[in-house]
Unconditional design. Structure first.
Length: 221
């Protein structure tokens, strides 16, 4: 039993087994000591935000399993933002996660990679079957971290699988070549399946990366 008024010789209020007893005009009254909380249903916007957050967590887990070569790049961003890798990834890509498709809903804004290397410019992607023909430009003047021998990395999504990113890292083409021909695994998709393509650079020793650039949605013949 808990007395609420310790200064009164006869407590005006006291609790027993979750019931509060009190005197009112000489009459003993009682009420529940705890009030039921009124649960306000979430708004549509709150529901969408929670669902998108759930998708971002599952998507990020899958991303780092499939694209493990990019883990160091996101770790570096995490250090810069004073966050863990997963939190940094979600902060950057959260706006493009779709709770309906469980994947990306706006590919131009999705970021495969972040880093200090100078990114490719004026990216153009053509396609013949499962072969990509990729062109880009390099700065006319040298500045920042831009080395001729930086290696090309290609990321992509099959158009019908916005929840499944892929990454190709065993590519011999370098920044200075400004052109690459890259074969994409068919994975039992029809040749007409669209591809969302991204390119980025890494240093030869994997110690530095560039931001990724979206090359557009391309279709096979």
């Amino acid at each position: 039993m808990e007395t609420l008024d310790q200064n009164s010789p006869r407590p005006r209020k006291y609790r027993v087994n979750g019931i509060t007893y009190y005197n009112r005009m000489g009459k003993l009254c009682q009420m529940s000591s705890t009030r039921e909380t009124v649960k306000i249903p979430p708004t549509e916007k709150q529901i969408e935000s929670r669902e998108a957050l759930h998708v971002s967590v599952s998507f990020a887990n899958n991303f780092f399993m499939v694209c493990d070569a990019l883990v160091p790049a996101w770790d570096l961003l995490g250090l810069l933002l004073q966050k863990e890798r997963m939190a940094a990834f979600k902060k950057v890509n959260f706006p493009v996660f779709d709770p309906v498709t469980l994947g990306v809903d706006y590919f131009p804004d999705f970021i495969f990679c972040v880093g200090d290397l100078v990114p490719p410019r004026k990216v153009e992607v053509r396609r013949d079957g499962w072969t990509l023909f990729i062109d880009w430009t390099i700065p006319a003047r040298e500045y920042g971290l831009s080395r001729p021998d930086d290696k090309l990395i290609v990321g992509y999504f099959y158009a019908s699988r916005p929840d499944a990113p892929h990454l190709l890292t065993r590519i011999s083409f370098t920044r200075d070549e400004c052109h690459a021909e890259v074969k994409i695994p068919a994975r039992k998709f029809p040749v007409t399946e669209g591809l969302h393509v991204y390119i980025m650079f890494r240093s030869h020793d994997w110690s530095a990366y560039s931001n990724s650039r979206y090359g557009g949605l391309v279709y096979g013949a």
